[in-house]
Design a protein around this ligand. Structure first.
Ligand SMILES: Cc1ncc(COP(=O)(O)O)c(C=O)c1O
Length: 380
């Protein structure tokens, strides 16, 4: 396996500084996912039998639980963050009242709630953002009142990388009897998160960004306080014994796994388990420090070149997502394209900013390479 992994890293012609978009999959996760897919192509269920399918989510539940410092019975597995958020929204489906979030949110953080709000007559309240896509946390807090049923936030906002204090919002939500639902797709694997300490009632993350998995797997922490909910999405896997199939009755498992409902790409699941284990083996605190060191270099270099930073840079709100403002006269999309076509550097155009989001596979030399290439393109 080591030879394959070394081969994969050497053949890569890209410098991926865009983990907020899509990770270059962990080579180990890629190998595990590919081997599983090959076994399926070879023999159908011959090498992944009924028992393997039944236990198929377990490695990922365990790995995610270790990363989040919770029990594996508090973790469920899904195909995508949007799917798990949709199931949660329909499970809770608040009748009347209001649901608080931000206008800067990634749409999947809000749309599922918009749908249930349309169905049951609750109000969606979204805090505004400024010219840097920054949301003043006080503007979110001021929307929460005694009628609030849900506060739903992206732990780290996708466009500008702003990070919220989960404890502050858990307290504000719980003080009025509301639930805090967190989309951690832009933070899990980058920022240390202790699920219980955070106070969040649910934390969902996709696997193909900071967790370095492939497409097709996601994880959710469901706090014991809401594990008795009936999930919004059901299928044969929803019954506590998936192979005792009778359509005329349904008993959910007594833990977070009741949010698992169907067959998914188990290769993606097993691969994601291994890439999360890589993170926990390094230590999430070390990963965070590494990411911050790279973004410090990036911020200093950009400022020295006279570029403005849209992202918060203070310790309480920053993340490894750094959005740069591209000077007037240049089109951000074109600059992103030039970086990719001429230098093999992957960054993203988000909301008109050039979003850079380095992670554990990146090195200080790659940040220097990015800064030099950007200076050449911008002629600064
Ligand atoms: C905050 C956030 N949530 C969810 C997603 C999408 O997750 P998925 O594709 O697993 O539904 C993204 C993708 O950019 C995101 O930034």
């Amino acid at each position: 396996m080591q030879a394959f992994i070394t081969h994969l890293s050497k053949m890569n012609k890209w410098t991926n500084l865009s983990y907020a978009n899509v990770a270059t999959t962990s080579p180990k996760a890629h190998l595990i996912a590919s081997e599983w897919a090959e076994s399926l192509a070879r023999g159908g269920a011959a090498e992944f039998d009924a028992d393997a399918e039944k236990e198929g989510m377990m490695p990922l539940r365990k790995a995610a639980a270790t990363l989040l410092g919770c029990a594996s019975s508090d973790v469920c597995v899904g195909s995508s963050a949007s799917e798990l958020l949709g199931s949660l929204a329909w499970a809770i489906a608040p009748k009347k009242g209001n649901i608080v979030s931000t206008r800067a949110s990634f749409p999947s953080t809000v749309y599922p709630w918009q749908r249930v709000a349309d169905e049951f007559g609750s109000e969606i309240r979204l805090a505004p953002y400024d010219e840097n896509y920054y949301t003043n946390p006080d503007d979110i807090l001021s929307l929460i009142d005694n009628d609030t049923k849900i506060v739903t936030l992206s732990h780290v906002e996708y466009a500008c990388g702003q990070r919220y204090n989960l404890k502050t919002f858990a307290k504000a939500a719980h003080d009025v009897g509301a639930l805090l639902i967190i989309d951690a797709t832009q933070s899990m694997g980058m920022v240390p998160i202790d699920a219980q300490e955070s106070g969040a009632d649910a934390i969902v993350s996709s696997g193909y960004k900071w967790l370095r998995g492939t497409y097709g797997a996601a994880v959710g922490y469901i706090s014991p306080t809401i594990q008795s909910l009936s999930p919004g999405l059901l299928g044969f896997r929803s019954h506590k014994d998936i192979w005792d199939m009778k359509a005329d009755r349904l008993e959910f498992p007594n833990d977070a796994s009741r949010f698992e409902f169907t067959t998914i790409h188990f290769g993606a699941v097993l691969g994601l388990a291994s890439s999360i284990e890589e993170i926990t083996n390094i230590g999430i605190q070390k990963v965070w420090e590494h990411d911050i060191k790279l973004t410090n270099m990036l911020i200093e270099g950009a400022l020295e070149s006279g570029l403005e930073i849209a992202s918060p840079t203070n310790d309480d709100e920053r993340s490894a997502i750094v959005s740069l403002k591209i000077p007037t006269g240049f089109d951000t999309g074109e600059v992103v394209k030039q970086l990719q076509d001429e230098y093999g550097i992957l960054v993203t155009n988000r909301s008109g900013f050039l979003r850079v989001s380095p992670h554990i596979d990146n090195t200080p030399e790659q940040i220097t390479f990015f800064l030099e290439s950007l200076r050449t393109i911008l002629n600064i």
